[in-house]
Design a protein around this ligand. Structure first.
Ligand code: SAM
Length: 239
């Protein structure tokens, strides 16, 4: 029997996607959306529930991230309902994704969704980024760190840089103010070991919000004194 819901989803996905994604992955992205909507009835994971909006604002916004081919270990900081980490994990089965969020309820709900759709390349961490970033087990262990809708760029850089290996890349999803946020972050970026900053246009779809991805490379080790505790980061962001 034809699953009309999936057919409609696939048609919209293919017509809107600027990247080629195989049918088995589109099917898994659909399963993710269905499970996320079911879970959303009892755990607040997203406000976006219309299928087209979900495709544009969650799925395509995530999967168009230009992860490097050689990157293997990717961390999603402040993953919430699993975005961008889960859609990226579906599209890159060769890479391993760690989803980190301070809200245990959300991470446990996303773990159940990930199990339900049979995704094997995802692990979960519950807690604060600034705490995990100090631990040897996680510090400078990742080839890529992603973050969407978590904090201002001059706060996010200090939360994320410690996790990156030298040579790794930091991807921050931002809106219209991306350039102003980079200026605010100023020399803080180089103090954290970040450099080679560039902005790539992510998506300007018919109904989707304007999003860019700020990318920076880790060009030197992050000094041990970073990340500071959250209160200090917020009170006096590096500049
Ligand atoms: N990235 C998801 C998205 O784009 O849909 C979720 C964004 S949600 C607005 C922000 C998430 O970041 C929340 O789930 C919150 O718990 C988490 N968060 C904020 N600061 C954090 C920190 N310092 N460490 C870990 N998680 C954090």
């Amino acid at each position: 029997m034809i699953d009309q819901g999936y057919q409609n989803f696939k048609d919209v996905f293919i017509s809107e996607s600027p990247v080629d994604i195989s049918e088995d992955k589109i099917r898994q992205l659909y399963a993710f959306m269905i499970e996320m909507k079911k879970t959303n009835a009892h755990v607040n994971l997203t406000r976006i529930v219309d299928d087209r909006d979900f495709i544009e604002k969650h799925l395509l916004d995530a999967v168009t991230c230009p992860l490097k081919a050689e990157a293997h270990e990717i961390l999603d900081v402040g993953s919430g309902g699993g975005i961008p980490g889960v859609p990226l994990a579906i599209c890159h089965p060769d890479k391993h994704f760690t989803l980190l969020d301070s809200t245990g309820k959300k991470m446990k709900a996303v773990e159940e969704i990930v199990n339900a759709i049979g995704l094997k390349n995802v692990s979960f961490l519950i807690g604060r980024a600034e705490d995990y970033g100090k631990k040897d087990q996680y510090r400078e262990q990742f080839d890529g760190v992603c973050a969407r809708a978590v904090a201002a760029f001059n706060v996010l850089d200090e939360l994320c840089a410690p996790f990156l290996k030298v040579g790794g890349t930091f991807y921050a999803w931002k809106g219209q103010q991306a350039k102003a946020e980079i200026e605010e972050a100023g020399n803080g970026l180089s103090r954290l070991g970040l450099g080679s900053i560039r902005i790539t246009q992510n998506l300007i779809l018919k109904k989707a919000a304007f999003h860019v991805i700020i990318q920076c490379d880790k060009i030197g080790s992050t000094p041990k004194k970073y990340p500071r505790n959250y209160g200090r980061i917020i009170k006096k962001p590096l500049a």
